[in-house]
Design a protein around this ligand. Structure first.
Ligand code: FES
Ligand SMILES: [Fe+2]
Length: 387
């Protein structure tokens, strides 16, 4: 199918409301022309989650990654602030730092001809200085927008983009009772490669409909599908939630006998294109999905939590690894299905309203349309009231 026809079909399918929403055209998950359009209209324009501020505690700590083809560095500067720099030498374009976490002592030194940049991206030193005349101020590393929310770091490659707070407008009051801004500790894992399209990984992370089947012996025992519900959302972000099988003893220790029953619930925060987090009393676990190509996605996960983890994540590393393996297997299995040309997907059900929101996110960005209006379900007022 020609790329433009496929993109039009994708936009048409993605903007449907819940009542008429179906799975997207399969080819939208395998076609690199679609990914190129997503890179241009989504990953180069939107706030994209990259890591946690707590993963870069000291000056010189950095996280280097490639975002939709752009090598970037998130760096803790000498001034204590995070900044985002192009990970590309201003001389002849060599990638400066290897991907992953690391620390720069004094300079970012290019491995090719050793031009050296300070942590703020300014060009500081050039070997054979006496023979080489280069205007240093004209060779500073490019900078991108970078902002934090509850200790999570987001990057935006578009210099004209509205602030992250605009994108997150209205979300905080629903989360307030869990006080995520007080979580001071964090842990993060290394990136894994999943052989699946980034949209499949995001859709899977967002919806709780599959828990009873895919995670019968893991997540379902803690947060069952039957107890999951929609809270509030739009094309911009979605909150879903559910009751957990959290041990009451822990919460009673913190609050005494009377506390909001909602502390035994979780809120799943879906913030496309790259962030899904599960907030509970005492912890905020997250997953990020960054596309590599149409069939390959880098997945990373981690959490922020309170110092003592009081009532925090009940999930051991082993538990998390187990349900991640289940998700990876299912996402890769669906990806195989996406190559079929003689079949098509079906109706999205009520429990998949969050997936519909995500599709509308795609449609609004690919078609340059305004955000869809916020929809609140019956649990929304309870979270706003914290009771
Ligand atoms: S390409 Fe970096 S110093 Fe030459
Ligand atoms: Fe899952």
């Amino acid at each position: 199918m020609p790329a433009q026809t496929l993109l039009n079909e994708l936009k048409q399918a993605a903007m449907q409301p819940l009542e008429t929403a179906h799975s997207l055209p399969f080819a939208a998950y395998t076609d690199n022309a679609v990914l190129a359009a997503e890179a241009q209209h989504i990953f180069h324009r939107e706030w994209v989650f990259v890591c946690m501020a707590g993963e870069l505690p000291d000056a010189g700590d950095y996280y280097a990654l490639t975002l939709a083809g752009e090598p970037i560095i998130v760096m803790r500067g000498e001034d204590g602030h995070l900044c985002t720099l192009a990970n590309i030498c201003r001389h002849r374009g060599t990638v400066l730092l290897d991907a992953g976490f690391g620390r720069v002592d004094k300079y970012i030194v290019c491995p090719y001809h050793a031009w050296a940049y300070a942590k703020d991206g300014s060009l500081q030193a050039i070997p054979f200085n006496e023979q080489i005349h280069v205007d240093r101020t004209g060779h500073t590393l490019s900078r991108f927008q970078c902002a934090e929310w509850n200790g999570m770091v987001f990057v935006n490659l578009d210099p004209q983009a509205a602030p992250l707070s605009t994108r997150l407008q209205g979300i905080d009051p629903y989360l307030a009772m869990f006080e995520p801004q007080t979580f001071s500790h964090c842990s993060g894992g290394t990136a894994e490669t999943w052989l699946t399209n980034w949209k499949l990984a995001m859709e899977n992370a967002m919806e709780s409909y599959h828990l009873f089947k895919v995670h019968e012996n893991t997540l379902e025992t803690y947060s069952p599908t039957r107890q999951a519900y929609y809270i509030a959302g739009s094309s911009e972000w979605t909150l879903t939630g559910g009751a957990t099988a959290r041990k009451k003893g822990l919460l009673e220790k913190v609050f005494g006998a009377s506390y909001s029953e909602l502390y035994e619930h979780y809120i799943l925060v879906s913030l496309p294109p790259s962030f899904v987090g599960v907030l509970t009393y005492g912890s905020f676990g997250w997953l990020s999905a960054h596309p590599v190509d149409a069939g390959t996605t880098l997945i990373r996960s981690g959490a922020t939590f309170t110092k003592d983890g009081s009532g925090g994540s009940p999930q051991s590393d082993e538990f998390t690894r187990a349900f991640f393996a289940e998700d990876q297997q299912m996402c890769e299995r669906v990806q195989t299905g996406m190559s079929a040309t003689l079949s098509r997907g079906g109706k999205l059900v009520d429990m998949e309203r969050v997936v519909v929101d995500f599709h509308q996110f795609l449609a609004t960005r690919l078609s340059r349309q305004p955000a869809t209006p916020l929809f609140e379900d019956s649990m929304a007022q309870r979270f706003l009231a914290g009771a």
